[in-house]
Write a protein that binds this ligand. Structure first.
Ligand code: PHE
Length: 354
């Protein structure tokens, strides 16, 4: 094929590319010219069979043709992709300013409702609400919380590891607890401190009482003189307010969390009947939270002198609180997005009666 013919081929290809009105048509053009049996590929195949003196010039010409056509094709592809996206966005546009239709008015999810109740109770006790990200560094989720490197406690939490890693090559994680926010807050603001933080947490686990994504609220108090008595009073006051009873029985059981010493789990008194559970009095106990005095190593990791300051922390599962207060029996139903479930368990917006 002569140079003239090659330039004709180029013109044809360019015309076909310009004429392709969508991505599928453009791909057909690509296959017709550059695909395995495409007409430009056919010219490439000829190069090998030519006498050496022609091979060089013809080879260079076909190569240039292929590059030029590829370039035009890529440019058209970008343009068509942009157009397709713009079209998709336009077709999915929602007018957020339209008034609500009363028959489809939504309700407030019990998790959101419980979070609000918790924030109000702790705000009255002088706790500030802070937040942190769901994707955390190994340092914030484990290391600074006194989890030794390679310690099985890291796996104990059924961690979801990310592919991306930090500067030290340690993979980021989906935070397994909101305790990571303690670290962020203390590192940034030092002591004293009195905060709560709520948010999504993640563990690779799923059954009637476990969901791979769930919510926790974490509390942290750092002061010069603060002890377990303050912790106990804080939790007792919170639980009384939350469950709307005068004196919810609570008991502390020694327990291990690397970031507290001593550490405890707290149970509340209840009565378990057939398929029923009454919070308040009775012979049974139900575990509802973890807590303890912040470990000196944790304070040190955040640049706080443990000889000067000490503190307590607690972590509560929000679903658990919501299940107990509002009688939800299966944790998974919180996240199924079933409208009938929400109509039953949801709360009316704007404080109207449900
Ligand atoms: N972070 C702990 C957990 O998720 C709970 C906890 C928080 C325990 C604070 C003690 C102190 O299991």
């Amino acid at each position: 094929m002569s140079a003239d013919n090659l330039s004709q081929l180029k013109q044809d290809a360019e015309a076909a590319i310009a004429g392709a009105s969508d991505l599928a048509a453009l791909d057909d053009v690509r296959v017709a010219y550059l695909g395995k049996s495409g007409s430009i590929s056919a010219q490439m195949k000829k190069v090998g069979g030519l006498p050496p003196e022609e091979r060089k010039t013809f080879g260079a010409e076909v190569n240039a043709l292929r590059n030029a056509v590829t370039e035009v094709l890529e440019a058209r592809k970008l343009l068509l992709e942009k157009e397709a996206l713009a079209q998709k966005l336009a077709s999915e546009a929602l007018d957020m300013s339209l008034p609500a239709r009363p028959e489809v008015q939504g309700s407030i999810h019990p998790i959101s409702h419980v979070i609000e109740e918790i924030e109000v109770i702790f705000a009255e006790m002088g706790f500030m609400a802070v937040a942190g990200p769901d994707v955390e560094s190994d340092w914030n989720n484990f290391e600074a919380l006194n989890f030794p490197a390679n310690h099985p406690a890291r796996e104990m939490q059924d961690t979801f590891f990310m592919e991306a890693a930090d500067d030290e090559g340690k993979p980021y994680v989906l935070r397994t607890h909101t305790s990571s926010v303690q670290i962020r807050h203390m590192t940034e603001h030092g002591a004293p401190s009195r905060i709560i933080c709520h948010g999504r947490t993640y563990r690779c686990d799923s059954d009637q009482t476990h969901s791979p994504m769930f919510h926790q609220v974490e509390g942290l108090v750092i002061e010069k003189r603060v002890h377990m008595g303050h912790l106990k009073w804080t939790l007792q006051s919170f639980l009384n307010r939350f469950f709307e009873q005068d004196d919810i029985p609570i008991r502390f059981r020694p327990s291990f969390f690397p970031f507290v010493e001593p550490g405890a789990e707290v149970d509340i008194g209840c009565t378990k009947g057939q398929g029923t559970l009454k919070i308040g009095a009775g012979d049974d106990w139900l575990e509802i939270l973890g807590c303890g005095m912040v470990h000196p190593n944790v304070l040190k990791s955040c640049g706080i002198d443990p000889k000067e300051y000490q503190g307590f922390a607690f972590g509560i599962g929000i679903e658990r609180l919501a299940m107990l207060k509002y009688g939800v029996s299966d944790l998974r139903t919180f996240f199924e997005g079933d409208v009938r479930w929400l109509e039953h368990y949801g709360f009316a917006p704007l404080g109207e009666a449900a």
